[in-house]
Write a protein that binds this ligand. Structure first.
Ligand code: SF4
Ligand code: SF4
Length: 166
């Protein structure tokens, strides 16, 4: 009996001198792993145009039917993305999402990316619907907000050359 108490106290004492494994969340946030898949973002090009072209391949690839995309036509005096169409509605239902990343893999323009945000709490179903306005990243420093007025015919190609196409 005494021996067990001593062993227990020794274990406690040993851990007193170890660094704590807990962190002071939310004041301190632990960096995520390189392959972590967190909350999605919709990307922009450096000029501010949206990468999403409203093709809905992400929605087709989603095994949880979590994505809803509605596309509209771009015009040169009101352009959101290169090419013919842009996503006028883009929604992800986070109650359905299983963070598999299939949407990211299916996207031909690398518009939808699962990044490192993991704080996803909500208190009702409506708040679990992440809209385009919530998902899209800020306009880059030298970019312009969308819609943009551009010269006719200057953005007629929806899918750019990809650096990592192989
Ligand atoms: S991560 Fe998977 S489940 Fe979530 S929206 Fe993308 S494809 Fe659907
Ligand atoms: S995120 Fe990508 S796959 Fe989904 S609609 Fe936009 S361009 Fe198409």
């Amino acid at each position: 009996m005494i021996g067990e108490i001593i062993r227990g106290m020794a274990t406690t004492l040993k851990h007193l001198f170890h660094d704590p494994v807990t962190i002071d969340y939310p004041n301190v946030k632990r960096p995520v792993r390189r392959r972590f898949k967190g909350r999605h973002v919709l990307k922009r090009y450096d000029n501010g145009l949206e990468k999403c072209i409203g093709c809905a391949l992400c929605a087709a690839a989603c095994p949880a039917d979590a994505i809803f995309v509605e596309a509209s036509e771009n015009k040169d005096d009101e352009r959101f993305s290169p090419g013919e169409r842009y996503a006028s509605t883009y929604e992800i239902n986070m109650l359905r999402c299983i963070f598999c990343g299939f949407c990211e893999d299916a996207c031909p323009t690398e518009a939808i990316v699962l990044e490192n945000k993991y704080e996803l709490s909500f208190y009702d179903r409506a708040s679990a619907l992440y809209t385009k306005e919530m998902l899209i990243v800020d306009v880059p420093v030298n970019g312009r907000i969308t819609p943009q007025e551009v010269d006719a015919g200057s953005f007629d190609r929806a899918i750019p050359d990809m650096e990592d196409a192989d």
